[in-house]
Write a protein that binds this ligand. Structure first.
Ligand SMILES: [Fe+2]
Length: 291
């Protein structure tokens, strides 16, 4: 029964889209927030950790109209480099200013010996990596004074050292670090295709009450591989994973990610509308009608 579902501890925000500068004008020009057809925005944290006031002022204006979440790309939760205290201080300041519903980053490493690769590199799926990331997520949460959500990344190669499936490591991380999860259904679809595992099995293994948010996006085909390009509409296989997950979990805040060949805002709103209709049909929840 719906009432017995374990629910996420964070508020249900409805369906949002990734906040991109190309859409600032359209968002701020809307006479009423409801006319945009989205309920919330996810802002890339690092885009607003900059000197100068304009990006932060724009985020202030959008925050005055909509809930937001902050999504980071450089906490470097899996690296063996030390956590960056300066970065954490800037993130804490951003949180204090914009009061996001939650903060997220990725299950990955991005730097080695102080050199950043500027990419989200997958981690070996081992017990020692799990211990390492649990400890770093706990330290980040202690510093920020709040739980964060950790997102699964897509991958194209696997490590010979792997000891467990990714869903097992991600679920154990959530429990042991007492953190949330940002479940990216597109990344699951991409990795399942590239590695030949069952995406449904992955989605079914995730503890629903740990999931703060879902990501939906569209990948590209490159030969035999799927590549996580975020430059296409959400494919049918990802919509199917979405429906499957919220049938079990109930309503979970959902975000459309589109980062390259970004279309006009109205096209993003069409994708958001499809997510809303699935939420209404499958989870009995109509975003925008909540109290
Ligand atoms: Fe994502």
């Amino acid at each position: 029964m719906q009432t017995t579902r374990p629910r996420s501890p964070v508020p249900f925000l409805g369906v949002g889209v990734g906040l991109r500068p190309i859409h600032y004008e359209a968002i701020l020009a809307a006479p009423a927030p409801a006319e945009l057809g989205v309920d919330w925005f996810e802002a890339i944290s690092e885009n607003y950790m900059v000197p100068g006031g304009r990006p932060k002022r724009i985020l202030d204006e959008i925050r005055a109209r909509f809930p937001i979440a902050l999504h980071g790309v450089s906490l470097d939760l899996g690296s063996t480099d030390p956590l960056d205290p300066g970065h954490l201080a800037q993130l804490a300041d951003l949180i204090a200013r914009h009061e996001p519903a939650w903060v997220s980053d990725h299950l990955c490493w991005t730097s080695v010996a102080g050199e950043s690769l500027h990419d989200l590199m997958p981690l070996p799926l081992t017990a020692s990596v799990l211990d390492h990331v649990v400890e770093r997520v706990a330290r980040v949460q202690d510093r920020l004074g709040r739980r964060i959500a950790v997102e699964n990344v897509s991958s194209y190669v696997a490590f010979a050292e792997d000891e467990m499936p990714e869903w097992e490591l991600l679920s154990a991380l959530a429990v042991r670090a007492d953190c949330g999860l940002l479940l990216d259904l597109n990344n699951i679809h991409v990795s399942a295709h590239n590695h030949g595992f069952d995406a449904h099995k992955y989605v079914d293994a995730i503890p629903c009450d740990r999931v703060f948010q879902l990501h939906l996006a569209g990948p590209s085909q490159a030969g035999r591989l799927l590549v996580d390009t975020h430059d296409h509409p959400v494919p049918e296989a990802v919509w199917a994973l979405y429906e499957r997950f919220i049938r079990r979990a109930g309503p979970v805040s959902t975000l459309i990610e589109w980062d390259a060949s970004i279309p006009p805002f109205e096209r993003l709103a069409e994708e958001a509308a499809r997510a809303r209709s699935i939420l209404a049909r499958v989870a009995g929840e109509t975003p925008g009608e909540r109290a």
